[in-house]
Design a protein around this ligand. Structure first.
Ligand code: PLP
Length: 344
């Protein structure tokens, strides 16, 4: 039995999801004629209290579109220094939107009003790029799935509005955050200009993300999706999987969080683990002992059919998801307790 904890993107569609895909009503989505895609877009927009949604192949694309429609070349965006949009989107920000980036520490990746306001450039000074966008990530993947509460977001939104700055959310794992906070998703639309939601992470769809925006921005979002090569034809097969994921897989995310916490309990007491970040949702990040490398630990875990990823010079990441059940959790705990490294 292989336990694949590398990412929550590795899930396989369940039998129910596969059936929904096979029975999907489809059409050419570039002509706006795919009923399943239209249904998914409407559902997502309504869920988050936004006017429009555009279905895209990836979360990278929805982030890049969101940023592109809210900025102009030569402007600057503010984000956490480990943000996915900055660290893991292949430099797309620079090429696609021609913006510079002001990166901040945050509190485990969560930016505060004070930190943001201290880093807004003076628009009147021609030396400084105009700060036009703040991009938040919720949950924060580089910080082991730390999350914002709606209250924190409300304060950031009020501040950026006062400063005539737009607000984008990378909500790749927003449902994981909502699982912990119980905040109503429909309130999110009030605070953001654009929101990227991934269906292919914790929710278990094979492919797909949506970018949520205003009606006024929808046309530009569709234009940029086309320009980025993301216009899909009979995408209804994928949209049907995403609808199934929204209907069936949100409520169970708390199980992933429970299993992540159980793994955290074990990891924090192991001699070869130097430091474990707090486990807030479904992501675990830990530093290995000085005498070890992440490669050594990942290799050893692989020998026992446990998969994890190196996530920094000394760090390893594990992620729980819908294809990890209690049997797999027990096996992982057993292996973690059993393996040892003589030198540490
Ligand atoms: C926080 C975050 N944002 C965006 C993405 C991009 O999603 P995709 O892999 O669909 O491009 C990821 C992917 O893991 C992510 O973790």
């Amino acid at each position: 039995m292989i336990v694949d904890l590398r990412s929550d993107t590795v899930t396989q569609p369940s039998p129910g999801m596969r059936e929904a895909m096979m029975n999907a009503a489809i059409g050419d989505d570039v002509f706006g004629e795919d009923p399943s895609v239209l249904q998914l877009e409407e559902k997502c927009a309504a869920l988050f209290g936004m006017e429009a949604a555009v279905f895209c192949p990836s979360g990278t694309m929805t982030n890049q579109i969101g940023i592109n429609i809210l900025t102009q070349p030569y402007e600057e965006i503010i984000c956490y220094k480990g943000a996915h949009i900055y660290r893991y989107e292949g430099g797309g920000l620079a090429a696609n939107s021609q913006v510079s980036t002001r990166t901040l520490d945050g509190d485990r990746g969560r930016l505060s009003v004070e930190e943001i306001e201290a880093n807004i450039n003076h628009a009147a000074d021609i030396h400084q790029p105009i700060t036009s966008l703040v991009a938040l990530e919720n949950t924060v993947v580089r910080e082991a799935g730390s999350f914002y509460t709606l209250d924190q977001i409300q304060r950031i939104s009020a501040s950026v509005k006062r400063n005539k700055i737009k607000l984008h959310l990378d909500g790749a794992r927003l449902f994981n955050a909502l699982t912990e906070t119980n905040d109503p998703p429909a309130d999110y639309g009030k605070y953001f200009d654009t929101i990227s939601i991934c269906l292919s992470k914790g929710l278990g769809a094979p492919v797909g993300s949506v970018i949520l925006c205003s009606k006024a921005h929808e046309h530009k979002a569709r234009r940029m999706r086309k320009a980025f090569g993301g216009g899909m034809r009979q995408a209804g097969f994928l949209a049907a999987a995403a609808i199934y994921a929204l209907d069936h897989n949100i409520h169970r995310l708390s199980e992933d969080h429970r299993r992540a916490k159980a793994l955290g309990q074990v990891l924090q007491h192991l001699p070869w683990v130097k430091f474990l970040m707090p486990v807030d949702t479904n992501i675990l990040i830990f530093t290995v002992a000085d005498s070890l490398t992440p490669e050594m630990v990942v290799h050893k875990l692989n020998e026992h059919q446990i998969r994890a990823v190196k996530f920094g010079a000394k760090e390893i990441r594990m992620v729980t998801h819908l294809d990890v059940d209690d049997r797999m959790l027990d096996k992982t705990i057993d292996v973690l307790n059993k393996i040892n490294f003589k030198s540490c």
